[in-house]
Structure formats: structure tokens, C-alpha cells
Design a protein around this ligand. Structure first.
Ligand code: NAD
Length: 487
């Protein structure tokens, strides 16, 4: 059984307790993990605070920080295959996806390496004579980062990269489900030469480790990715330390297809949009809103493509859909399908939980047209597409916005003016037109409504890890008059 350690104050440690991690492809234990509780959390936060104010990190120039980030980017690229295999083993995310995604994670660190010495303060044209006033941009403080199981190296890179560029120190809590790649990534932080305490990486359970971290008095900001229910705990915990928060939460993203779209292209994008990562993707295009005149044709196209998908063992490069990450997730998908069918949804394909080892679930399409199906409102975080039809553009927009989430959306049409109307009308943080799922370190990412607040990616994300300090300097040599002597 493979054994992992936590990384606190520059040291690799066994943790206060241990637990075993399950391989989702077999349902069997495969690795022994360190479990951080309140004591380890406290040690990690104290190490981060010490590194922020007293250690070599606090004295480094922004350019030196950037150089360390470049080194880290190179190490991620060089170790991408090893990290990908660990992520596949521990989360079931297929090797095709983890290899490509982790190679791209290196580019995120490279982007933020370049940002480190571009974070500037400013000089204010103040309305008083003999005064110079500046804003310094300083690191926001110790950051707590809490991530979910899917794409942990990616979801942590969009936090660690900008936070390091801004000069912060941090404690990263990997998800208790599948922490192996992030714990292994700690070795690259160490090798790159970041001073002890700058990046601490632990894992543990939400109610103990996550709660202790998010309410720790020395934490200044919490960068969270996960579900809205957990986000509510995080926000309540932040009432203790009054830390600021950025929340990247779930979605029920609409994927709108008009009759004039290139249907083959749209079908390929829809299949990738919902079945990639076995549907365990926050931006999954999980609600297909299709023009009624092409509904049957488009559904047949999707059905054929869904049934041709190779479901299999995640370490096989030929596999296109692997297992779900946990048994809990598999049960949730099955239960929500059951509830939806009871409410009148019709299964177009899939829908049955397979027998046998591992947490597999086949690509599933539910026709929910004219039905108040719970599958249209609740997040599966699994390979299930819910379909409704529309007759007019106004109806399509109304259906798209009929959600409390607002993370992503897709519009497929050849009509340019209509595309413009929809990109303005859709209430979501991302609108993809005639494409889906494109991401880049340069483009901000984040949601509206129940999908959270704050943006990851781009320069603005690095600025979010800073706070301003206002400096007033009196430039006159005249003595300051006694304020209590009347003149
Ligand atoms: P989750 O909310 O259950 O867990 C996320 C993290 O929070 C884990 O590390 C967990 O240990 C921790 N946690 C749990 N309870 C806690 C508590 N009381 N206090 C502090 N931390 C606690 O999420 P999940 O089930 O692991 O992941 C799935 C969710 O993540 C989905 O809703 C998905 O849409 C969302 N997600 C969002 C994005 C995005 O960028 N918007 C990306 C990926 C996943």
C-alpha cells in the first residue's frame, strides 16, 4: 500500500492520525493517508504566519518570487505523468484527462510567475498640499485553501499560483477523497526551494480539518472550491476570524442548441461538456435546452455518441469515461435519477447502476421535456444530461436562467445577433459560444448566484490575494502647529 505524508513547515510528516484511501476503479483501499486534525492545522497555520512575517519569504523581491514560481512550473511539467497517474489512481479521473490537465497546470504556474513582479501599487493625486499619498499592495495574509476531489492539482494551482505571486503564505487542504496528487505535489514545492512554511499541504475530513482551518484566527482569506452546502459552513466559520472568502461552487449549466447550429459540432461539444470527467465537473453542461424542431434528431445523435463511449478502467489510455470518485457519489447519481424518473423524466440511454467492483455509472440522458424533474435543478456531479425543448429564443433564455446556479453556459447558433443577445441575457460567469469548456490562465473563471463569488485566473485573481495599505507622507519641513493653540 502506498504511503503519503503531509507537508508542514518544510517537513514531511505522518499526521495526527491515518486513514486509507479507496481506489474508485476497484472499490478497494490502495493508499495510506495522513489525517490532519486541529493540532496539525494549528501547526500549519502558525508556520504560514511565521513565514509570512519573519522568514526569508518576507524579504524576497517579487522577481525572486516569480523565479521560484517558474521553477515550480518546470517541475510540474517534468513530473506531470507521475502526478497524473496518482490522480487517476486516487480519484478515478481517466488518465487521458489527468495527463492533459496536469501538463496545462504547469502553464498556470508559469502565468503567475510572470505576474509576480507586475503587481503594482499606485500614487494618488491627493487633494491636499504638501502630502504624498501612495497605495502599497501587500499580501492579504495567511490563506486557507480548501479544494474538492476532482482536479485537485488544477483547482489548487488557480489558488496557489496567484497567492504566491502576491506574496501570501498558505495552508492547502486537499480533499479527503483522492489527496494523493496534491500530497505528492508538496515534494515539488520543496524541490523548487520555497522557504519552509510558505506552502503547507495537509488533508483531513471536512468537519474536523476543514472546519478548524477555515475558522483559525490567523487565517485572513479562505479560497474555497466545493459544493454550496459546504460553502455555507465555510462562511459561517469565517464569522469567527472575519476572513474574506472566494467561493467556486457547483453549477447546473445550460447548453442551448438552436436549429441553425452545426449539429455535429454541437453534439461533440455537448458530449464532452457533460461526460468528460465522468460528469464530475463544476462546468458540466448538464441541462440541454434544444430547439424543438431538431430535438429528436439531436437526441438521436447524442444517444449514438453516448452509447459509443468506452467506459472502463481509468488507467487505460483508451478509456473515455471512468468511475465516479466515491461510492457516495455513485449512490447520489442513482438516487437522483430514480427521483427524476418518478417525476416523469424518460431515460433515453443509460440510467442503470452497473453491478461489479468500482464506482462506475454509464453515460445517461434524461428527456425532461414538460416535466418538473429534480434533475433540472439539482447538481448530479455525474454523467447525466437532462434535456428540455424550446420554441422561441425568449423561451430558451428563460429556461437557461431558470436556476439558482450561474457558473457556465453554452450557446450553439450560426446567428451572430442572436448570439450577442444571449451572451448579454444569460446570468452566468462564463458564456461559451459555439464552443464549450475552454479555459486558460489568462481568462477569469467564476460564478453568479449559488455558483459562488470571486474569480480565479487572470491578473485580477492575483490582486484578490493582496490588500492595500495607504501611506501618507507630509513633504513640508514647516513644523506642525500645536492644534490647541488658537490662532
Ligand atoms: P464538498 O463541498 O463536499 O468538499 C469540498 C472540500 O470542503 C473538501 O476538501 C472537504 O473536506 C471540505 N469540507 C467539507 N466540509 C467542510 C466544513 N464543514 N468546513 C470546511 N471544509 C469542509 O465538495 P465535493 O463534494 O468534494 O466536490 C463537489 C462539489 O465541488 C460540486 O458541487 C462541484 O460543482 C464543486 N466544484 C466547483 C468548482 C468550481 O470551480 N466552481 C470546481 C470543482 C468542483
Amino acid at each position: 500500500m502506498q504511503r503519503f505524508q503531509s507537508y508542514i513547515d518544510g517537513e514531511f510528516l505522518d499526521g495526527e492520525a491515518r486513514y486509507q484511501s479507496i481506489d474508485p476503479a476497484t472499490g478497494k483501499n490502495w493508499a495510506d493517508m495522513p489525517e490532519a486534525r486541529e493540532g496539525d492545522v494549528d501547526r500549519a497555520v502558525n508556520a504560514a504566519e511565521k513565514a509570512l512575517y519573519d522568514g526569508p519569504w518576507s524579504k524576497m523581491t517579487a522577481t525572486q518570487r516569480g523565479k521560484l514560481l517558474y521553477k515550480l512550473a518546470d517541475l510540474v511539467a517534468a513530473n506531470a505523468q507521475k502526478l497524473a497517474e496518482l490522480e487517476t489512481r486516487d480519484t478515478g479521473k481517466i488518465i487521458r484527462e489527468t495527463s492533459a490537465q496536469i501538463a496545462y497546470v504547469a502553464d498556470y504556474y508559469r502565468y503567475y510567475a510572470g505576474i509576480a513582479d507586475k503587481i503594482e501599487g499606485s500614487y494618488l493625486p491627493i487633494d491636499k498640499q504638501d502630502m504624498d499619498v501612495w497605495l502599497r499592495r501587500e499580501p492579504i495574509g495567511v490563506v486557507a485553501m480548501v479544494v474538492p476531489w476532482n482536479s485537485q492539482l488544477f483547482l489548487s494551482a488557480v489558488k496557489i499560483g496567484p497567492a504566491l505571486a502576491a506574496g501570501c503564505t498558505m495552508v492547502v487542504k486537499a480533499s479527503e477523497d483522492g489527496p494523493a496528487p496534491l500530497l505528492e505535489f508538496a515534494r515539488l514545492i520543496h524541490e523548487a526551494g520555497f522557504p519552509a512554511g510558505v506552502v503547507n499541504i495537509i488533508t483531513g475530513f471536512g468537519a474536523s480539518c476543514g472546519a478548524a482551518l477555515s475558522r483559525h484566527p490567523k487565517v485572513a482569506h479562505i479560497a474555497f472550491t466545493g459544493g454550496p452546502e459546504t460553502a455555507r459552513h465555510i462562511v459561517r466559520n469565517s464569522a469567527e476570524n472575519l476572513a474574506s472568502t472566494s467561493l467556486e461552487l457547483g453549477g447546473k449549466s445550460p447548453f442551448i442548441v438552436f436549429a441553425d447550429a452545426d449539429l455535429e459540432s454541437a453534439a461533440n461539444a455537448q458530449v464532452a461538456g457533460i461526460f468528460a470527467a465522468t460528469g464530475q465537473s463544476c462546468v458540466a453542461g448538464s441541462r440541454l435546452i434544444v430547439e424543438r424542431s431538431i430535438k429528436d434528431r439531436f437526441l438521436n445523435l447524442l444517444k449514438d455518441k453516448a452509447e459509443a463511449i468506452r467506459v472502463g478502467t481509468p488507467l487505460d489510455m483508451a478509456t473515455e469515461v471512468g468511475p465516479l470518485a466515491t461510492k457516495r457519489q455513485q449512490d447520489h447519481v442513482a438516487a437522483l435519477i430514480h427521483k427524476s424518473v418518478q417525476s416523469g423524466a424518460r431515460i433515453v440511454t443509460g440510467g442503470q447502476m452497473p453491478s461489479g467492483d468500482g464506482f462506475y455509472f454509464p453515460p445517461t440522458i434524461l428527456d425532461c421535456d414538460g416535466v418538473a424533474s429534480p434533475s433540472l435543478a439539482e447538481e448530479f456531479f455525474g454523467p447525466v444530461l437532462s434535456v428540455v425543448a424550446f420554441d422561441t429564443e425568449a423561451e430558451a433564455l428563460k429556461l437557461a436562467n431558470d436556476t439558482r446556479y450561474g457558473l457556465a453556459s453554452g450557446v450553439f447558433t450560426q446567428n451572430l445577433t442572436r448570439a450577442h443577445r444571449l451572451m448579454k441575457g444569460i446570468r452566468a460567469g462564463i458564456v461559451w459560444v459555439n464552443t464549450y469548456r475552454a479555459v486558460s490562465p489568462i481568462a477569469p473563471f467564476g460564478g453568479f448566484g449559488l455558483s459562488g463569488h470571486g474569480r480565479e485566473g487572470g491578473l485580477a485573481a492575483a490582486l484578490d490575494y493582496t490588500r492595500t495599505k495607504t501611506i501618507w507622507l507630509r513633504t513640508s519641513d514647516d513644523p506642525i502647529p500645536d492644534p490647541f493653540v488658537m490662532r
